[in-house]
Design a protein around this ligand. Sequence first.
Ligand code: SF4
Length: 290
Amino acid sequence: MTSLGTMYAKRLGGFYGGTVYALYLNRYTPGVSRGAGLSSWLRNLARWFVKGILSSSYLSKILTSAEPLLLRGVKCGAGGARMYWLPARILDDLMICRTRAWFTIRRTRGREIPHHRGAKALQEAFLNQLEQACEQAGNVMLFQKEKPVSVKLTCDSNAVGLRGKVDAFLIIHIGGSLRGIALETAQTGAEHVLRRGYILPRLLLYASSLNLSLGLTTVAVYLSLSASGRIRGLMFRGGNVAGFHVKIPPMYNLCRELASIMERETPPKPRGLCFCAECRYRFLCPHMRI
Ligand code: SF4
């Protein structure tokens, strides 16, 4: 079995209240498609991730110096009976296209947004490998099957609440400190996630909620299960940095937009670039641009 080598991290810049890093393999690994190649890739990726976090002195410094990742205007577990709860995955749709978010809200009516079946199976296979890698490594514990972590967050400005479950939550003992890692995985390449900004608001929401509810300083990590692309993952930690700012809208702005979309009887017009050819609502949408 080939190893994926060591992990190295590069600081990309700041986002409001935190710093974002790209996680790289130290050598390029060609794409893996199916069958035994895919399971081997997932096993290697899980081991690379756990070993990389534990053995890199730079990552150790990043984790031990992390401050709580808190999002302005967000509360954990608040909200009364009149609160309208939406699945946190709606943020992914909102970041892609607000018209799409309108359709998803109408379709799911507050219920969980289902995963694509193939994506779910891949994610579960990876999390099984991650569990084994954590058991072998020591100093890191994975809470995934036994104790799923769910969050309920509300924004002051309106009556919309978001709730969801992070893919995995790890507790790591590093540099004499305990740190939490809120981990989200998907097949989408990390470069694409960074460019489009989706998945990230939801991930930051989970990490912020875990900070607030457990009182454990938690960093957020997105790990791409795709074998292509140079960047394997993205890590967010609390603590500001000057310089380039990753463009993620403030959470209260996103919640405000969701509240206004919910009140509409007809789909709102999209803003900016849309990828209508790949959209599941393209045959229903009056604003489709192909
Ligand atoms: S078809 Fe295009 S405009 Fe309509 S919801 Fe989908 S991405 Fe948005």
